[in-house]
Design a protein around this ligand. Structure first.
Ligand SMILES: Cc1cc2nc3c(=O)[nH]c(=O)nc-3n(C[C@H](O)[C@H](O)[C@H](O)COP(=O)(O)OP(=O)(O)OC[C@H]3O[C@@H](n4cnc5c(N)ncnc54)[C@H](O)[C@@H]3O)c2cc1C
Length: 434
């Protein structure tokens, strides 16, 4: 985690390679005293820093590598304002009407918050807010997404159901039986967005340090002391925003989620005329398969898709090619241009797939809102965490709050998402042939 960043690693994702708005930042040297210290410079840390600084709170972000080094710089750039597994009705059943509806409101406005911040701060990140589409791969999945769309539409969200022809016209993909779209979703370049958030946070007064791994966080009188290799910080409150990249900084935290390695690829640019058929509106697509099929274009007309692996041996070279072949076949593109970028990142998957605030001590909190929805959710979580930093009681925040619950047999079960992928693929295939 503390290794220096070489050229190769810096260009690890397409987004790091093509984003022009990166700025170098110093490592922390010596001492620092702030109201709020944030460990981790991804969307969660940066959004919190921006919103806290705008409230006049003195805040510093300590990032082990560079801004957007973690999942923030490695994702697909889909801005998705809903939950990965649960729908509004099941959230109300799970959390009760009051807490449930608050969490639903939090998610519902999250994409609008992202695109609003981009506009307000003039962030140049190829943002397109023209909808996020979830096509259904089977009749059973279609029933589910129709109900999903209805539950969001009932809450005044711009959610619409789509029939087979709608999906084909919007995406160019054939074989789906229908689907739904949340018009407030969209796509962006995540590294350029993160760099823009960092710049806006600094403008508002936040301090950001790179190549500053926090090696310990200890309780002191009136707050916390954070140690780094060349400095230290004292803070009244601390946010741990390390997602699946926190290593053993907090072992309890480390054992309370499933780390999931996800691969992404980008092809060489496609000819522009392909867009008359494929995604003419520039939306993002993630279907209902258990082994999710996703695709979008970037600003240079590269196709981007993702996937996972069952066996880790050789996965780094094998999986990007598998994803490329799947893209060519699902989109009926025999002349798909070659693979230009292949990369991977770690996502933190919560046992209940919901965003969480984790109580680590008085004034010490961790926030995780990933589950494949992190761009919108962690940005929104940052706004909520700035309220906490300003003195709002955690019970008044919209996110579930509890100490981290270690997953039993974590050393073994942490591999469950990958091990279950084979079973998921088999079930998808049975759906396809039904
Ligand atoms: C391949 C992939 C594709 C995805 N696709 C999407 C998508 O399309 N849409 C979507 O909404 N979400 C997606 N996600 C999820 C999304 O990327 C994450 O939810 C989001 O980026 C998490 O942001 P974060 O700030 O919580 O964590 P991260 O971005 O992971 O940041 C954590 C940071 O903490 C730093 N850190 C760790 N330990 C320390 C330490 N001791 N000291 C200092 N710094 C430390 C790390 O270097 C890292 O920069 C995807 C995730 C992956 C992996």
């Amino acid at each position: 985690m503390t290794a220096a960043i070489g050229q190769e690693a810096r260009g690890a994702s397409l987004w790091h390679a093509v984003s022009g708005n990166r700025r170098e930042r110093p490592a922390l040297q010596g001492g620092l005293d702030v109201d709020l210290a944030i460990v981790g410079g991804g969307f969660a840390g940066l959004s919190t820093a921006l919103h806290a600084a705008e409230k006049g709170i003195s805040v510093a972000v300590l990032e082990a590598e560079i801004i957007a080094w973690g999942a923030t710089g490695r994702n697909a750039g889909f801005v998705v304002p809903n939950f990965a597994k649960m729908d509004p009705d099941s959230i109300v059943a799970h959390l009760g009407p009051e807490r449930g509806e608050r969490l639903i409101d939090f998610a519902a406005g999250s994409a609008d918050l992202v695109f609003g911040l981009i506009k307000r701060h003039g962030i140049d990140c190829d943002a397109v807010q023209n909808g996020w589409i979830q096509p259904a791969h089977s009749p059973a999945a279609l029933e589910k997404v129709k109900s999903r769309a209805g539950q969001w539409a009932w809450r005044d969200r711009p959610a619409v159901t789509l029939d087979r022809q709608d999906v084909e016209a919007l995406t160019g993909a054939r074989g789906y039986v229908g689907g739904w779209m949340d018009r407030s979703g969209g796509v962006l370049n995540p590294v350029a967005y993160a760099n823009g958030l960092a710049g806006a946070a600094q403008k508002a007064g936040a301090k950001i340090f790179e190549r500053t791994p926090v090696t310990s966080v200890d309780r002191v009188v009136d707050g916390w002391s954070l140690k780094t290799p060349s400095g230290s910080a004292r803070a009244g409150k601390v946010l741990i925003a390390t997602n699946a990249y926190g290593g053993s900084l907090n072992p309890l935290l480390q054992r309370s989620y499933f780390p999931l390695k996800i691969f992404q690829i980008a092809t060489e640019p496609l000819p522009r005329d392909v867009r008359t058929r494929l995604l003419p509106g520039g939306q993002g697509v993630g279907d209902t398969r258990r082994n999710l099929f996703t695709f979008r274009f970037d600003a240079d007309n590269r196709l981007i898709s993702g996937g996972m692996h069952i066996l880790s041996a050789g996965a780094d070279t094998r999986v990007p090619h598998t994803i490329w072949r799947r893209l060519a076949s699902h989109l009926d593109l025999p002349d798909l241009p070659p693979l230009a970028y292949g990369w991977s990142g770690m996502a933190a998957v919560e046992p209940d797939f919901l965003p969480h605030l984790l109580d680590l001590g008085p004034g010490l909190i961790a926030g995780r809102a990933c589950n494949g929805r992190g761009i919108a959710m962690t940005t929104a979580m940052g706004k909520v965490l700035a309220d906490w930093a300003a003195g709002t009681e955690v019970r008044d925040l919209p996110l579930p709050f509890a100490p981290p619950a270690p997953i039993p047999f974590h050393a073994l079960l942490r591999h469950a998402p990958n091990m279950l992928l084979g079973w998921s693929m088999l079930r998808d295939r049975l759906d396809d042939t039904a």
